[in-house]
Design a protein around this ligand. Structure first.
Ligand SMILES: CC(C)(COP(=O)(O)OP(=O)(O)OC[C@H]1O[C@@H](n2cnc3c(N)ncnc32)[C@H](O)[C@@H]1OP(=O)(O)O)[C@@H](O)C(=O)NCCC(=O)NCCS
Length: 156
């Protein structure tokens, strides 16, 4: 599964906590035309089916939030709701690292199928998911209000 991609050294992953949100919301707003609010992240932190993970990276002598992923697991299925990477750290394997870690956790929780929606125009994300073996299953018309979504699925 995308084994050849080199990953930024020193990345660490851990569950998201409320204290991450101040830093995280800056990445969210820089990443999406319709970003989630802080309240949406807070409700995911309380949602028992939700798994929220952050990756942190060494940066300029300290550490920074490199990216995050949120997914639900319900009865053997996982739904990826959100994934974004700090614009300063893109194309360094952060999303690949987050997805690898998420898939390892999903397998331990007996997930057999993963799905997600992606904007039709989001070539970067569609390419990322295809490299993990996702296939484009069908479209949801006007899913984002201003654009169609492509539903992508991966069977482990
Ligand atoms: C999509 C996104 C998460 C990718 O994160 P990333 O850490 O830069 O991705 P990686 O470095 O792990 O890239 C892995 C592969 O994905 C593909 N990819 C990533 N960014 C790409 C881009 N801008 N253009 C084309 N392909 C891209 C490539 O195949 C890449 O491998 P390569 O660098 O060896 O060519 C990041 O661009 C982002 O946060 N975008 C805004 C939020 C978003 O669109 N999220 C997805 C919603 S469905």
């Amino acid at each position: 599964m995308h084994p050849e991609k080199e990953i930024l050294p020193g990345l660490k992953i851990r569950p998201m906590v409320a204290g991450d949100l101040e830093e995280l919301i800056v990445i969210e707003r820089a990443s999406f035309p319709n970003p989630w609010s802080c309240g949406q992240f807070e409700s995911e932190l309380k949602n028992p089916v939700s798994v929220a993970l952050v990756a942190r990276a060494p940066y300029e002598g300290g550490e920074t939030l490199a990216g995050y992923i949120i997914y639900w697991t319900v009865h053997g299925e996982a739904h990826i709701l959100n994934i974004a990477v700090n614009p300063l750290l893109r194309r360094k394997g952060v999303a690949t690292f987050l997805l690898r870690e998420a898939f390892a956790r999903m397998r331990r929780n007996l997930v057999f199928e993963v799905f997600l929606e992606v904007r039709k125009s989001n070539a970067a994300a569609r390419d990322l998911y295809r490299r993990f073996g996702f296939r484009e299953a069908f479209e949801r018309r006007n899913y984002y209000g201003d654009e169609d979504a492509i539903v992508m699925t991966l069977v482990f």
